[in-house]
Design a protein around this ligand. Structure first.
Ligand code: PMP
Length: 380
């Protein structure tokens, strides 16, 4: 059969189980979901207006592959002013979301059999892209070290085939941010070796602590750093599909070929709107998430659920170990018996946990947590 004659790498990739759980929730009447991975807000009006104005002004033609000079310049200024990360517009590729930035990074650096260390629990995309690119996914379990990176554990994963380490802070699904010690462990592992550090900082603007640090602060390793960013989360623009990748100029010159031959460029009118997004101050959204996070943590505490305090993103990742069910079983039963959907930890490579997202209205959050409380009572 011709369908069995495809590139063998595509048979190794699997669909995310998150979709299966979302489907179950949708098909269960009255089920509430604390499972979403995207803001419940609409894209700010000024950003939508900017896209409309760009269309009306006829900005509908091919543009530079890596993104308009205006947007790349704006991105470089944003990174410098907001994050203290110095780069030139030539180091920026505007991509189809962070997803494409991750894909072209991994496709561009991996030879067959090259290893990529990924601290887990982790966003599922990394493992699947690594496999599609014929690399080897090497998980580093951080659930045993408070979701931080233990230097000895990291050293034990290094091999002559290690090509990259993926860092995601704040993290999906834990919401945790890496401490300076965790980041220093990665610096020590990568320094002096031909290892890339892919910094997936897409939740960086959604941080509720002053103690946030990005790996990009290690300027001495800047040749090895690939910074992945997205407009999806801070500006509620998940459906627009725009993000960017920043790396050393000589690396970006190569990676841009993959982008050029796969997508040509991201849509021109949206690039104009993204400039407006970078001018938008998301602090009101951040305050809303901060308030919801406090509420969720207080409720989980009241229920006696153990959780590592998250400092960013819009997720909490409590332990369910004491209830004696696998995370899949816990979530399946919670949907059918309590009408509440969460995402099982196994979807992120971590059994014994569930991910709750607070991307929903206050009422849904309150009712959802009431249902969680009633459900765990039935398990005791
Ligand atoms: N990285 C992480 C950690 C994410 O959670 C997501 C989205 N869920 C992405 C990357 C992809 O984002 P985008 O919409 O920009 O492709």
């Amino acid at each position: 059969m011709i369908s069995e004659k495809l590139n063998s790498a595509v048979y190794g990739a699997k669909r995310s189980a998150i979709r299966e759980f979302s489907r179950m929730a949708r098909e269960t009447p009255g089920c509430l979901a604390l499972a979403l991975g995207e803001p419940d807000f609409d894209t700010p009006e000024c950003v939508r207006d900017a896209a409309r104005a760009a269309l009306d002004a006829g900005e509908t033609h091919y543009i530079e592959n890596n993104g308009s000079a205006d947007l790349r310049g704006r991105v470089a200024r944003f990174e410098r002013e907001k994050n203290g990360f110095y780069c030139s517009p030539r180091q920026v590729i505007v991509t189809a979301g962070a997803t494409e930035a991750l894909f072209i990074s991994l496709f561009g650096i991996l030879n067959p059999g090259d290893e990529v260390i990924v601290p887990t629990p982790a966003f599922v995309l990394y493992e699947e892209i690594i496999k599609l690119c014929r690399g080897v996914f090497v998980p580093l379990d951080t659930s045993v070290s408070g979701f931080q990176i233990d230097p000895a554990a990291l050293r034990s994963k290094l091999s002559p085939r290690t090509k990259a380490i993926v860092l995601n802070t704040p993290n999906n699904p834990t919401g945790c941010v890496y401490t300076p010690e965790s980041l220093a462990a990665v610096r020590d592992a990568a320094a002096g070796r031909d290892i890339f550090v892919i910094c997936d900082d897409v939740y960086r603007q959604l941080v509720y602590t002053d103690a946030y640090h990005s790996f990009t602060e290690f300027r001495e390793l800047r040749e090895q750093i690939l910074l992945v960013q997205s407009f999806s989360k801070p500006y509620a623009m998940t459906g627009w599909r725009v993000g960017y990748l920043i790396g050393a100029e000589a690396v970006i010159e190569r990676l841009e070929l993959i982008h050029q031959f796969a997508v040509v460029s991201t849509p021109a009118p949206f690039q104009r709107a993204c400039m407006t997004a970078l001018d938008f101050d998301p602090s009101e959204l951040i305050e809303t998430y901060r308030r919801r996070r406090e509420y969720v943590l207080a409720r989980l505490d009241g229920m006696g659920m153990d959780v590592t305090r998250p400092d960013g993103a819009f997720y909490v990742f409590p332990s369910i170990a004491k209830y004696g069910l696998s995370s899949g079983e816990f979530c399946r039963r919670m949907i059918s018996e309590a009408g509440l959907a969460a995402t099982p930890g196994f979807c992120f490579g971590a059994e014994g946990f569930i991910r709750l997202s607070y991307c929903c209205s206050d009422e849904v959050l309150r009712e959802g947590l009431d249902r969680l409380e009633r459900f765990i009572h039935t398990l005791k």
